[in-house]
Ligand binder design. Structure first.
Ligand code: SF4
Ligand code: SF4
Length: 170
């Protein structure tokens, strides 16, 4: 029996690398990811609600016997990687989604954007109607009395009838 799990493995973890990317929300962001997938040996996946881009590119230091050619000086990320739950246990990787082609991504994007629109429409239908304009009686005008005591130039004497006019307010 082999001492280390890696001795039984074809160095699966040395044949790609993946980086987190911003989760897309808009059509433009989905389109950028579609562009990534137009390239060879690129995959995109969602794991625990986080999006990643994966480059299926073999490490230059992987030797033909599947051993690391720079084992003593290998990068920290390689040192930190453990056989617990590594790629060898493939089945435990639970991608929510794996995209290997631009077309696949496009279909998913159309679906998600349609759902977003539907949910926005539902939310706005639930919102109570908003009064854009309220009529509020705030303006008062003085009108000269009709008994001829005015000064004749249209100015009242202050004892006129006060009437209220509605004013438009927001
Ligand atoms: S860490 Fe896992 S995937 Fe990487 S070489 Fe070892 S057994 Fe294979
Ligand atoms: S440096 Fe070594 S351990 Fe790291 S990915 Fe390359 S071959 Fe694998």
């Amino acid at each position: 029996m082999a001492d280390c799990l890696c001795d039984q493995c074809s160095a699966l973890c040395c044949r790609y690398f993946a980086l987190p990317i911003d989760n897309p929300e808009s059509r433009r962001q989905y389109d950028d990811i579609r562009w990534y997938l137009c390239h060879e040996n690129v995959v995109v996946f969602i794991e625990e609600k986080q999006w990643y881009i994966g480059f299926m590119s073999r490490c230059k230091h992987l030797q033909s016997d599947n051993r690391c050619g720079i084992y003593e000086t290998r990068p920290k990320i390689c040192r930190e990687y453990s056989t617990d739950n590594c790629d060898f246990h493939g089945g435990e990787y639970n991608f929510e989604q794996l995209f290997t082609s631009a077309e696949q991504l496009q279909l998913y994007a159309d679906e998600q954007l349609a759902l977003q629109r539907k949910s926005r429409r539902k939310k706005s239908a639930r919102r109570p109607p908003r009064r854009l304009i309220a009529l509020k009686p705030t303006l008062t005008l003085s009108v000269p009395p009709s008994n001829g005591n005015g000064n004749g130039n249209g100015n009242g004497n202050g004892n006129g009838h006060r009437i209220s006019l509605p004013q438009l307010t927001r």
